[in-house]
Design a protein around this ligand. Structure first.
Ligand code: R1P
Length: 271
């Protein structure tokens, strides 16, 4: 894998004009608008980057945006890869490896998620304080490449405590409600049944989605500090008597775009 990482890094390096990014952003469904805030952007479509998969999901543009946000050099994924798209766990998380090779030390992962915690409201933002991997797979399965990280990585602090404090303070300065909770990663592409949501609540989940967990596992393996933010785009199945749809997910993320942009920008400024 190291050869492929270096090949992708070398390609991206050619476009960087000396701007080495230290902060990475992975933008979830409908949340890619944040990348439009990046100044002096260098845009690289995934399809041009050697070894990169391509985005197939609505609301995921499929390009890297590199530039400055709040005076910091950042690299944003405007669109991510999901396991349910048919990619392997290693493909889904490959960009995190490349970000690390490019110099990224801190990563902000974002997603649209269904609210399991009944005290949440659609449109709330949630700080991810931990996760539960329900995907039945793990991106680190297979031979371990010691140069990339340890065979048995610690996951007790997968979400960086200092960054969580920064995010909480920023939300309070902005007068924004920031819920906190545990994100459950399922494979999708089906949304959960009411019974599954009940089970996930019993297990300690507060929000559920189909991404993020593999990326955070690889970031931990790579020694990258992670901050996770979910946008609660709808209540998960069984809470309200209405079917779920991806259109609704995108609609809600559009409604909270201002809060989301303000919060993430402020946090980046303090990173
Ligand atoms: C379902 O509506 C899609 O939205 C979420 C789910 O994981 C799924 O892909 O997308 P992100 O997690 O990429 O934000």
């Amino acid at each position: 894998m190291i050869e492929q990482i270096n090949e992708s890094k070398a390609f991206i390096d050619q476009h960087l004009e000396g701007k080495q990014p230290h902060i990475g952003l992975i933008l979830g469904s409908g949340l890619g608008i944040l990348a439009d805030e990046i100044e002096n952007p260098i845009i690289i479509p995934y399809k041009e980057i050697p070894n990169f998969p391509t985005s197939t999901v609505a609301g995921h543009k499929g390009q890297l945006v590199i530039g400055e946000l709040q005076g910091k050099n950042v690299i944003a994924m405007q669109g991510r890869f999901h396991y349910y798209e048919g990619y392997s766990m290693q493909q889904v998380t490959f960009p995190v490896r490349v970000m690390k090779a490019l110099g990224v030390e801190k990563l902000v992962v974002t997603n649209a998620a269904g609210g399991i915690n009944e005290s949440f409201d659609p449109g709330n933002l949630m700080l991810i304080k931990d996760h539960i991997n329900m995907m039945g797979d793990n991106p680190l399965i297979g031979p371990n490449e010691d140069e990339l990280g340890a065979r048995f990585p610690d996951m007790s602090q997968a979400y960086d405590r200092e960054l969580m404090e920064v995010a909480k303070n920023c939300a309070s300065d902005l007068n924004l409600t920031l819920q906190e909770g545990v994100y459950v990663g399922n494979t999708g592409p089906v949304y959960e049944t009411g019974a599954e949501v009940k089970m996930l609540r019993t297990l300690g989940g507060d929000a559920v989605g189909m991404s993020t967990v593999p990326e955070v596992i690889v970031a931990s393996h790579a020694g990258i500090d992670v901050l996770g933010i979910s946008c609660i785009s709808n209540m998960a199945a069984g809470i309200l008597d209405q079917p779920l749809s991806h259109d609704e997910v995108i609609e809600t993320t559009e409604k909270v775009r201002e809060d989301f942009i303000q919060l993430v920008k402020k946090v980046i400024g303090k990173m």
